[in-house]
Write a protein that binds this ligand. Sequence first.
Ligand code: SF4
Length: 482
Amino acid sequence: MLEFITNRGDIRSELYELIRCFVSDTEEPKQINFTYIRNDDIILYVAVNEKGYRYTYATSAFGDKTEYTRYDLYINKHGLYRALSEYFGRHLPWGSLTGIRPTRLASRLVKTGVPMQNVASHLASAYLVSPEKAQITAEILRTQSQHIEDRLSVASGAVSVPQKELVNLYIHIPFCPTRCDYCSFVSQGIEKQRWLLSPYADALVREIRFTKALIEKQGKRIFSIYIGGGTPTVLDAPLLQKILSAAYEPNVEYTCEAGRPDTIDEEKLQVINSCGVNRISINPQTLHDATLLAIGRKHTAAQFFQAYASAAQYGFVKNVDLIAGLENETPADFRYSLDRITELQPENITVHTLCRKRGSQNALEEKKSNEYTEEMVDYSVRALKHNGYTPYYLYRQKQMTANLENIGWCKSGFLCVNNVTVMEELLPVYACGAGAISKLIPDDGRIVRLANPKDILLYLDQFDERMKKKELFYKNQFTLIS
Ligand code: SF4
């Protein structure tokens, strides 16, 4: 049991999150006291069980009082991290950073005057990020700033559209053939829900049309479309056709997730292709049948290769997802999966770190983390760079194994603009479907969200009422509605 006492109730949850990166639920009892004292300088006392640490930060180093306030959380986490790191005798790859978007922090640093070439060293010294992670963050920032600005300024074909007029369209299909052990997404196993597919598709098509009409009425343009879930290809070809053609927009990046290889067949690929989709994501997660079975995915590695070969004939840009840190996999197992995928040379490879999110089967069963996860992720960085891939987006989640990250890699010229603009929150997201979350970015820089009901029956029942709320929300009536 962990007991955490602090006089900084206002930032308790942020400090606690950092502690959680060091201390797990199953470890022996720990008592941590964190005391903040503000005199001329800042003094932090941290006591972990019987050991105490004291750090002093000169406020003069942070400019005037207003300036200092901006650094308050940073200083407190910095001091807490130093104490925990010393007590436990280990460093975390992301140092004192607990946020999910280190690249956004890096981008802010550049905006506040840190030269691009100093971003990595700044992350390493100010946030105690490991040199490798700091380096890759800076590299991603460079790739994004080289490619994404051009794409944003010349969006929608050859027509130049101001960034503030662009939006991303997201469509959610909350069904999967079975539920993976690590899944906490809004997704239902298909067997008990099959009767809902057709009414869901009909409502979704209505919502897509409604949303696209609003986009047009507002004088906005669709920058990219992403059909995700869930597993969109769990739908049969006619339903898929209805949804994909309703969402279609010419000259934009248009992705359809086809995560489970066992849901892909020739008829569906033809539909996906004929509806204008130009990017597809096929995600085996591992190429070991025993692991696939153990994590609740009822397909084989052979089915992945077959689905991939069929999709390749259509000329889609292809993404393949893998997970590092799956239960009982060895570094050699992971290397095998990554190397076989790399041989296929998909335009995008995304390496996720296993995350034991609340609500997943993994978290419920309190399964032990794979101790080789960091080794696997390090290997993926070396191997993908060696094979001509560039890292282009990165994000972190809570409860990630070894406090690591997910990284998207691309072949030159194949950066997925949807992934970057969504992850970096560069464009609003107009989202359709049960559990889908729309996001607006008003001029003051806040992010405001509108969530559709997760429950499919509720989504269907409340449809008309929700559409009215959606219209109000998009007309800048920014209230958080869940
Ligand atoms: S395929 Fe994705 S959404 Fe579906 S159960 Fe597995 S992790 Fe969840």
